[in-house]
Design a protein around this ligand. Structure first.
Ligand code: SF4
Length: 690
């Protein structure tokens, strides 16, 4: 940090310069947000800001962030949930902002993007021909040739790339192909020992990040950085979490452990080359026992541990430990990088198998855990290790510790070549975030959707923030929702059933689309419903109808945006990922309130946990989940100041159920109606005006 803080122009002046340079219009909400971010940074208080689409929220946090970095000499980390936003920041917003602010700050603002190590090409793995992990696809010649073509494309790209960043490869490549060219942080030899360490892409990315004022990353790496004992990200005292409504889910994914026959087999393949065959065979046999057991068990949450599963998990754990012991000391091959790479790859997956089996046993209490080997897998010399996933959460005070330890185990059905898989995840990541992320830095959380049921409390609880530890601000939206949009709830329709899409829903969708002349985004709560609607309506309507899965989602959205008559139907990724301003999107149809499925293991366990503590589990979990998705879905309608249209929710419960007020309060303030005639008339008028 510089001894003398430079005198810098105020945030308002920098924002004006930035907005002028990008040819935009300064909006009151944007100024208010930039000032609030500045105040939060100065007073070191956590801040949650809801900023509707069109506010220009990225400039509103980037300007005070850059100013703080220039003043303090410390980097500011900006974390996003999606690659799309990461690209927008790095390819568009930050370069323009650097140009605009260069003359007003002591130096041109520098920025960098930093991802987890497995996202970068590993030169050592490529040169040394480290183990290829996938062998089961060899039985399917089509997959072999598809993977082979991708491998060839990666090799061609590897000769030219300057960043080694997987996301540069267009079209993308499968995980299977990419794994042959990348390592996880725990598999990495470490730059000091690695023969390619001096040119390592991941190391270069970290170096660039170390010199930047703003480092753009994702929620997963942010979580790993916060939870590990050593830093992955450069030193920073301020974090901006954009798309903050996704934070808890992304962190949950990072700390979810999984175990299947496939993970055990991978450990056996890696260890088998290096240890006595008999020891590896015992782990193979334990993996086969696990496969047989999981194949016969019903999918879903595992509430009590069957004796057979407990014994098999203990067998897997102990056999993995025997393999680890047989591998010998971890630093044995330090002067032999090729073998060191093979051994590290084996240790990594064996540690994962061992620790995950132990963690699953622990989830059922000390009696189920048995006497484990007591091995700690945490020998990693690299911070970007994902080891958090295998270690489980860390705790704070005694009560929070109790919550931290509560984990859910469930069995996921096998699909195609993916075998049945046992997973384990914490009931809540709030305590972990509170201790590790919010503990020693200022965090600004922002999204277009933070207020659920009219308050930020639901999300603050998910983040582990207690009242008094944060401030909230809703800067509103520049859009005139009541004048530009209609929220129509089809109260005359029956409630959605469990048996697919009711016929009356198909009729209603057809009438609405006819009135809108196409221009419809259909957001369905399941892929089955999206497909059923597509099939039924392709026969009835003469507008082009696209369904998710027909092509890549990016291509489908492009086609949809390019032709106003075209409709696009789909499910989850469309609820949040479609940004189509203009006349191509005039009608958003939502088939049902998107509650989690009743058999969703984590949601149902969380719901039960809240109820057991005396709370309302349904409202705290299911209604909150639905409100967030509904708000995101309804937010697809108005994407620019000139947009107009209708959000049609076919599920009548949005107007009639006891929880409907909570859900309606989570949506943008559109003008509301339940009259189908009025809505069709409005759509016809809108279409005629376009
Ligand atoms: S330092 Fe690690 S990631 Fe980089 S080339 Fe070496 S093994 Fe690969």
């Amino acid at each position: 940090m510089p001894k003398d803080r430079p005198e810098l122009p105020p945030v308002e002046e920098l924002l004006t310069a930035a907005v002028t340079a990008v040819g935009g219009v300064e909006r009151p909400g944007q100024v208010k947000m930039a000032q609030a971010v500045r105040d939060a940074v100065e007073s070191e208080e956590h801040l949650a800001v809801q900023a509707g689409t069109g506010t220009g929220k990225s400039l509103a946090y980037l300007v005070p962030a850059i100013r703080h970095a220039a003043e303090s000499g410390e980097a500011v980390v900006v974390s996003t949930a999606t690659i799309a936003l990461q690209r927008q920041l790095v390819d568009r917003d930050l370069p323009r902002l650097a140009d605009a602010l260069e003359g007003l700050l002591p130096h041109r603002p520098e920025f960098a993007i930093l991802k987890g190590r497995r996202n970068y090409l590993c030169r050592h793995k490529m040169a040394a021909g480290m183990p290829e992990d996938e062998d089961d696809q060899l039985f399917d010649p089509r997959e072999v040739s598809a993977t082979g073509r991708m491998v060839q494309r990666i090799q061609d790209w590897a000769n030219d790339t300057e960043t080694g960043d997987r996301d540069e490869i267009v079209p993308g490549v499968s995980d299977q192909a990419w794994r042959q060219f990348s390592v996880t942080a725990r598999e990495c030899l470490g730059a000091q020992r690695c023969p390619s360490g001096a040119d390592c892409f991941a190391e270069l990315a970290r170096e660039r990040a170390g010199e930047a004022d703003v480092v753009v990353t994702n929620h997963a790496l942010l979580a790993i950085d916060a939870m590990e004992d050593f830093a992955v990200l450069p030193e920073h005292d301020v974090v901006v979490v954009d798309e903050a409504h996704e934070l808890a889910d992304r962190v949950t994914s990072v700390v979810t452990g999984e175990l299947s026959e496939a993970t055990v087999s991978l450990a056996v393949r890696r260890a088998g080359r290096l240890i006595e065959q008999g020891v590896a065979d015992r782990l193979q046999e334990a993996g086969e026992d696990l496969r047989a057991l999981l194949a016969a068990a019903p999918p879903g949450r595992v509430d009590t541990l069957p004796q057979s599963l407990g014994m098999t998990l203990a067998l897997v754990r102990d056999s993995a430990f025997a393999c680890i012991t047989a591998l010998g000391p971890r630093n044995k091959d330090k002067d032999d990088p090729e073998n060191a790479g093979l051994r590290k790859a084996a240790f990594t997956v064996l540690d994962d198998v061992h620790d995950t089996a132990q963690r699953m046993l622990d989830a059922f209490g000390p009696a189920a855990g048995g006497t484990g080997s007591g091995l700690s897998a945490d020998d990693s010399d690299d911070p970007d290790s994902g080891a958090a996933a295998s270690k489980g959460p860390a705790g704070g005070d005694a009560e929070a510790e109790e919550v931290h330890r509560a984990e859910v185990v469930w069995l996921e059905e096998g699909r195609g070549r993916v075998p049945p898989t046992l997973r384990v995840a914490p009931l809540s990541v709030g305590g972990m975030l509170r201790d590790k992320l919010f503990g020693d830095r200022t965090v600004v959380l922002t999204s277009a959707t933070l207020a659920l049921g009219g308050t930020f409390d639901s999300l603050a609880r998910q983040w582990g923030l207690r009242p008094g530890e944060w401030t909230g601000l809703d800067v509103g939206s520049p859009f005139d929702h009541p004048r530009r949009g209609i929220l129509y709830v089809a109260t005359h329709l029956p409630q959605p059933g469990r048996d697919g899409l009711p016929e009356a829903y198909v009729d209603e969708i057809a009438e609405l689309i006819e009135a809108a002349g196409g221009r419809t985004l259909g957001l369905f709560s399941s892929m089955r419903a999206a497909k059923a609607a597509t099939e039924a309506l392709r026969e009835r309507l003469d507008v082009p109808l696209l369904c998710q899965g027909d092509d890549s989602t990016g291509q489908l959205v492009k086609q949809f945006a390019g032709d106003p008559a075209t409709c696009l139907f789909g499910t989850l990724s469309l609820w949040q990922g479609v940004d189509v301003p203009g006349p191509s999107l005039t009608l958003v149809i939502i088939d049902r309130i998107p509650f989690p499925r009743p058999d969703d293991p984590l949601a149902s366990a969380r719901q039960r946990h809240v109820a057991a503590s005396g709370g309302n589990g349904f409202m705290a979990v299911a209604a909150t989940h639905a409100a967030l998705l509904l708000a995101q879905g309804a937010g697809r309608l108005l994407r620019s100041m000139d947009d107009r249209g209708v959000v049609a929710v076919l599920d009548p419960r949005l107007a009639t159920a006891r929880y409907s007020g909570f859900l309606l309060n989570s949506l943008p303030p559109y003008w509301r109606t339940t009259d189908p005639g009025k809505v069709r008339e409005a759509l016809r008028r809108l279409t005629a005006d376009l």
